[in-house]
Design a protein around this ligand. Structure first.
Ligand code: NAP
Length: 341
């Protein structure tokens, strides 16, 4: 590790995830020599706070990465396609939060608690992909079960917060709730329907097979991260009127028998997991309790009595933290520990 710290850039610094990246870098005391904050021309001239200091936002363009060691991208897939190769060419290692490179066979897709070894496989592209938020928290919770009992099939239903669609969606939910309270009309622009007091079984666009892109991300990313194309995965992803925190009902069929008690014991010791499973006291993971936290919370662990080797569980995490900013910063921490001289 370099004593003087590292030169870091955040592309998309003014967004929901970019803001969380600033917070996580500060909270984890990441060794920073210089910090460059990049966004669109709309934000140039604004300042953002880091460790009490104002830092001016600069324009995200191909020339913005000279001297940068690590570039954290969260400015949408198109900006990643446009500028991540230029950042890598300038010598930075890019950690990309968008979907642009996740399924590229040559780009590692990494959850540090699950497959940190994949980080080494840069193949000179200089880009590492951060998985989709709903995939990350599921991987963290399922990895110990995969190692202990093997996994044949996963059936997951998600209850995803509006912050997963960025700051404009947070504003839309708040505005609709206020309009409802005043008896006014609720406007919907980010989502095709009202999200306040509603559930939308529609995240990202629909594909020819009837699934949404978000659902297929969970299928394909799970197989890539677990390095096993034989695992059956099927997902239904639902947007709910929650601001922060994705919840997931996950049913797993394991290869060998594992009891609920054994899964609870695994979760107690799993890296990045916090077990909250005391139904007698009404204690189970809740979105409202995960906000701003780094852990993935697991509870409601019980055996699926309809099959021989089945487990049901409820997994909750802050989608902006572990689902995006924290996971990216953890990758950067591995990079400075093991890969960047
Ligand atoms: P957001 O709140 O809408 O922020 C978008 C960011 O991108 C802003 O900083 C914005 O800058 C910047 N940007 C947009 N257009 C740009 C352009 N033409 N040139 C330069 N910068 C531009 O969105 P978000 O939720 O933070 O998401 C950002 C990315 O992270 C997306 O790729 C998303 O898929 C991914 N991600 C999000 C989550 C999540 O839970 N929210 C989780 C995982 C991954 P301005 O402020 O200047 O417009």
């Amino acid at each position: 590790m370099r004593e003087e710290g590292y030169n870091i850039a955040i592309a998309g610094a003014t967004g929901a995830v970019g803001g969380a990246m600033l917070e996580v870098l500060e909270r984890r005391n990441f060794p920073i020599k210089s910090l460059r904050l990049l966004a669109s021309s709309r934000s140039v001239g604004k300042t953002l706070k880091f460790k009490g200091q104002d830092i001016a936002v600069e324009l995200l363009d191909a020339d913005a990465f000279a001297g940068i060691d690590i570039a954290l991208f969260s400015a949408g897939a198109q900006r990643s396609l446009d500028f991540a190769p230029a950042a890598a060419k300038a010598g930075a290692i890019v950690v990309d939060n968008s979907s642009a490179y996740r399924m590229d066979k040559e780009i590692p897709l990494v959850v540090p608690e699950v497959n940190p070894h994949a980080i080494a496989d840069l193949k000179n592209h200089g880009i590492i992909a951060n998985p989709n938020c709903s995939t990350i928290q599921m991987m963290v919770a399922l990895k110990p079960i995969l190692d202990k009992a093997g996994i044949k099939r996963i059936v997951v239903s998600t209850y995803q917060a509006v912050s997963g669609s960025g700051n404009p969606a947070i504003d839309e939910l708040k505005n609709q709730v206020q309009a409802y309270a005043k008896g006014e009309k609720m406007d919907a622009e980010v989502y095709p329907h009202q999200i306040a007091f509603n559930c939308l079984p529609h995240i990202d666009s629909f594909l020819d097979n009837g699934y949404t892109k978000e659902e297929m991300k969970m299928v394909n990313e799970t197989r890539k991260i677990f390095e096993d194309d034989t695992i059956g995965v099927t997902a239904t992803t639902v947007r709910v009127p929650v601001i922060y925190g994705h919840s997931e009902a996950v049913n797993i069929e394991t290869k060998s028998k594992i009891t609920a008690a054994e899964v609870k014991a695994l979760m107690k010791n799993a890296e990045g997991v916090e077990l909250v499973d005391n139904p007698a006291n009404n204690e189970y993971p809740l979105a409202i309790h995960c906000v701003g936290k780094f852990a993935t919370f697991v509870g409601r662990i019980r055996e699926d009595e309809s099959i021989e080797n089945g487990i049901n569980m409820w997994i909750v995490s802050d989608n902006i933290m572990k689902g995006a900013a924290l996971n990216a910063v953890q990758i950067a921490e591995v990079l400075i520990k093991d890969h960047i001289k």
